[in-house]
Design a protein around this ligand. Structure first.
Ligand code: ADE
Length: 230
């Protein structure tokens, strides 16, 4: 199983580098992930490359026009339909690990990056299957949000991470934050690694990590535990 992600943007330069490093680079090299970035201007309505226009009803800020977006979506769907067409927008549902897990099971996704005041509502109504926000703040465009989705989803694809880096132990996978981690030396500037981690007893270590996760979650993100603890 592999995942193809197409990204539609007016700023392809912003998406040139983020996927060429580390885990995502390896996912691409292994043929598990394919990322195709498309410049919306290819589907502009005139020779000036126009893809945005004033909004009806007045007000500052341009709107990304329906026609270029529709033509792009239709052209990119020719070699097979998208399982989800996702519009990145601050008024979408909040992105989280559960959504990342679900999207990692798909085969073909389209991400649409908004700019200016956003995209014509008719495109949202007619084509978009999901609207996602990466958090309660406004970015100047959807590109960095799209990059975050690709990263969070791409690393979950089966075969991308090995046992050591397994996503099973990430923060949020079981609604808990990850426990603290330590590396050598066992004593650094007078501060020792918790003795239990040096004990060599895997069960005790697992219990300790779980307890640390719980404590951290209670302190920092009690909302994650709501309805979970008895
Ligand atoms: N575009 C602008 N702000 C955004 C956000 N918070 N999430 C997703 N897309 C966005």
């Amino acid at each position: 199983m592999s995942l193809q992600i197409d990204i539609l943007t007016v700023l392809p330069e912003l998406l040139e580098s983020p996927f060429n490093h580390s885990i995502l680079k390896r996912a691409k090299e292994k043929g598990l992930l394919e990322i195709r970035v498309h410049h919306l201007r290819q589907w502009a309505v005139n020779e000036y490359g126009q893809v945005d226009d004033y909004q009806y009803g007045g007000g500052a800020g341009m709107v990304m026009m329906a026609e270029p977006l529709a033509n792009a979506i239709e052209a990119l769907s020719q070699d097979g339909p998208f399982e989800e067409i996702i519009y990145l927008t601050p008024d979408g549902e909040r992105f989280d690990q559960r959504t990342a897990n679900r999207l990692s099971l798909k085969g073909k996704l389209l991400l649409i990056c908004g700019h200016y005041k956003g995209i014509d509502q008719r495109i949202r109504d007619k084509y978009v299957t999901r609207e996602i926000s990466i958090g309660d703040y406004v970015l100047s465009g959807g590109e960095l949000a799209a990059a975050i989705l690709v990263d969070a989803i791409g690393r979950l694809l089966p075969g991308v991470l090995n046992d050591e880096t397994s996503a099973l132990f990430d923060s949020f996978q079981d609604n808990l934050l990850a426990p603290p981690v330590y590396s050598r030396p066992a004593e650094w500037r007078g501060i020792r690694v918790p003795e239990i981690l040096l004990s060599g007893d895997p069960r005790k270590i697992e219990d300790w990590r779980h307890e640390q996760s719980l404590q951290r979650t209670r302190q920092r993100r009690p909302d994650l535990l709501e309805g979970e603890e008895d």
